[in-house]
Design a protein around this ligand. Structure first.
Ligand code: SF4
Length: 633
């Protein structure tokens, strides 16, 4: 008997409109579990190297895990994976919400989609039944309208819809996928892959329950964690202030990314803080499936000059900074509007804010002129121009068409030195965290297989003192001493090796990192007990960490086949220079040689070739990935 998983993996070929169901063995599930590991298994086995990401040959994979949908805190997540049209590398993004648990209840552990339809379609999956339905009437529609029309057509208001909006249809290279209008598979342009397949949506409905080995134990631990949510300052902070909680201290310390990373002196930071957010735009907080933390924000603005619809949720930290200080804007209402537009068109808010800030700096420096911007004054701080640019990118109009290619490709076309103004890793725009004060995050930006990402490991401050929550709670995984956030020596490399593997595990299992240590209230023991109680497997942390490491090596190997190597593990030049302006002026630069040394040490610790950064044959065999060895040869 299987516990946690359904034993069914759905394969869809959109070209032939055929589907079939695979029933993998228990060994398969215990080796790959779900999420990125399961997806990479199929991407490595079934996709040829150098596949065009927007061609029918790209695979688009939706993968919850063996434990997704468990009624324990913070386990709603699923991964969407494909070759990324933005980076050309392994593409992946995890989302919370309700869609992942619903897919499991509808009878499937994952969906593997290949081919492309000639006309728009959507998938309807209900309790094991599959239909490929015409979506011509949905094409071009914004997400709230499309979701409503699908629910009306299927006569069921409880259907969960994962979908793309116009930006995905228009193949914007950083288009994303949304479920329930506010939970995103945000980065890497996976919405464009869905658009290239003419797949508008996947509507799922499941009435079966997920089979748990020890339901009572799962209930008991859930109760235990829930009872501590309001006592723990981290989970209480997430609930009361959301992810924007840190903005006040960030801008006072002087590292709020400002004006496309050209300065750190944002004088009006007070207007973007969590306190201002709660006072001016917050309507309520919300959560994901079975999660007591409820860290998600819902905002509303109802003024004659600007309206923001609460149906699309509210901006997180990254979005507030990307459309705020990064564009020189201090008006949360306009930030909330930009977030709403991105959500109805399905665009990643980090990349969208970054390409607009890049265009603003080009305009300020005379690289772009009014003829390029359809007469718009695209200077920093112009909040109306910022909103206009969001619209133009989603619909690929004028300059928006160029920016929809991402900042790397746009700078190549614009020329005139604009390449100096982009900040990316593997062609993906960097998030809003500054590695000069968090060197471990910098290592993760550089090493991330899917381009710069802030959700690749915990952040350095969680381990800065003996009393820090991370240092206190993660000793079982080998983290026993504090390391300064700005240290870039061997201790930092070792710490982030462990954190990278642990985070990769959380992503593989679909566990939200805001639910467990070092970022929140659930302990390592509780997480392990939940996994054992769901599956009946007597897993240990050794086995789980091997799983996290297996996922990393599969992603690394996928990228190696695509031509990536150590030359792509870089950090934007700006971080090797001192802060400009504000309290940290003229200090903080990361030493380039030290950073390179740290990367090489990390390769060695991971068992990768020290020069190329590619997994060695021995490492692949150790992780049970023998089937990849012949490809190394
Ligand atoms: S902690 Fe927040 S994001 Fe994570 S599952 Fe809970 S509500 Fe969702």
């Amino acid at each position: 008997m299987s516990y946690g998983y359904t034993g069914n993996i759905l394969h869809i070929d959109l070209s032939s409109k055929k589907h079939w169901i695979e029933h993998p063995s228990e060994t398969f599930y215990r080796t790959y579990w779900g999420g990125r590991a399961l997806a990479l298994y199929y991407m490595l086995k079934e996709m040829k190297p150098h596949t065009d990401p927007l061609s029918p040959d790209n695979l688009l994979i939706f993968a919850p895990s063996v434990i997704t949908g468990t009624p324990a805190p913070a386990m709603p997540r699923y991964a969407v994976c494909a070759k990324s049209p933005l980076t050309g590398a392994e593409g992946e993004a995890e989302a919370g919400g309700w869609w992942g648990p619903e897919l499991k209840k509808a009878g499937f552990d994952a969906i593997i989609i290949k081919g492309a339809s000639s006309d728009p379609v959507y998938l309807y999956i209900k309790d094991g039944k599959i239909e490929i339905k015409d979506a011509t009437f949905l094409w071009g529609k914004e997400t709230a309208i499309a979701q409503q029309l699908i629910r009306e057509e299927l006569k069921d208001n409880r259907i969960r819809v994962a979908q793309i909006g116009p930006a995905g249809e228009n193949l914007v290279r950083f288009a994303n996928i949304v479920n329930e209008l506010k939970h995103f598979n945000g980065r890497n342009g996976l919405g464009a892959v869905m658009g290239s397949k003419k797949l508008k949506a996947i509507a799922v409905r499941g009435t079966k329950s997920i089979n748990l080995y020890n339901k009572e134990k799962v209930k008991e631990i859930t109760k235990q964690i829930t009872s501590r949510v309001m006592d723990n300052p981290l989970s209480r902070g997430l609930r009361e202030l959301g992810t924007v909680a840190g903005i006040a201290s960030i801008y006072k310390t002087g590292w709020l990314p400002t004006n496309n990373w050209s300065t750190n002196d944002f004088k009006k930071g007070e207007n973007l803080t969590a306190e201002t957010y709660n006072k001016t735009i917050l309507k309520r907080s919300e959560g994901c499936y079975a999660c007591p933390i409820r860290c998600k924000r819902v905002v509303e603005v109802d003024e004659p000059s600007i309206k923001v619809d609460p149906i699309y949720g509210g901006p997180e930290y990254e979005t507030v900074v990307a459309f705020g200080s990064l564009c020189g804007i201090d008006d949360l209402k306009y930030v909330a509007k930009a977030n709403e537009l991105c959500n109805k068109y399905t665009m990643d808010t980090i990349s969208t804010g970054m390409v607009i800030a890049f265009a603003m700096q080009c305009y300020q420096e005379g690289i772009l002129i009014k003829e390029d911007t359809a007469g718009m004054k695209l200077n920093f701080g112009n909040k109306k121009a910022m909103l206009k640019m969001v619209e133009m990118i989603a619909h690929r109009k004028g300059l928006g068409n160029l920016l929809a290619e991402g900042s790397y490709r746009a700078a190549q076309k614009i020329g005139k030195g604009s390449k100096q103004l982009i900040h990316q890793v593997k062609k993906q725009e960097i998030p809003m965290h500054d590695p000069r004060l968090k060197t471990g995050v910098g290592l993760q930006y550089a090493l991330s297989d899917y381009g710069a990402d802030h959700m690749k490991a915990a952040h350095d401050p969680s381990f800065q003192d003996v009393d820090s929550w991370g240092t206190k709670t993660m000793q079982d995984l080998g983290i026993s001493e504090p390391v300064s956030p700005t240290d870039i020596g061997p201790k930092k490399v070792k710490l982030f090796k462990i954190l990278d593997i642990y985070w990769s595990l959380l992503d593989t299992l679909g566990v939200c990192d805001f639910g467990y240590v070092p970022r929140s209230v659930g302990t390592l023991d509780e997480l392990l007990e939940i996994i054992q109680s769901v599956t009946s497997w007597d897993v240990t942390w050794f086995e789980l960490m091997r799983l996290g490491e297996r996922s990393i090596n599969m992603a690394r190997f996928f990228n190696y086949r695509e031509g990536f190597s150590s030359k792509d593990d870089t950090l934007p030049e700006v971080f090797f220079h001192n802060f400009k302006g504000g309290p940290l002026d003229a200090q903080g630069a990361i030493n380039k040689e030290d950073f390179q040394k740290a990367l090489r040490l990390r390769y060695e610790m991971m068992g990768w070739d020290v020069n190329t950064g590619i997994p060695t044959e021995a490492k692949l065999i150790e992780l049970g990935l023998d089937w990849l060895v012949s490809e190394v040869k």
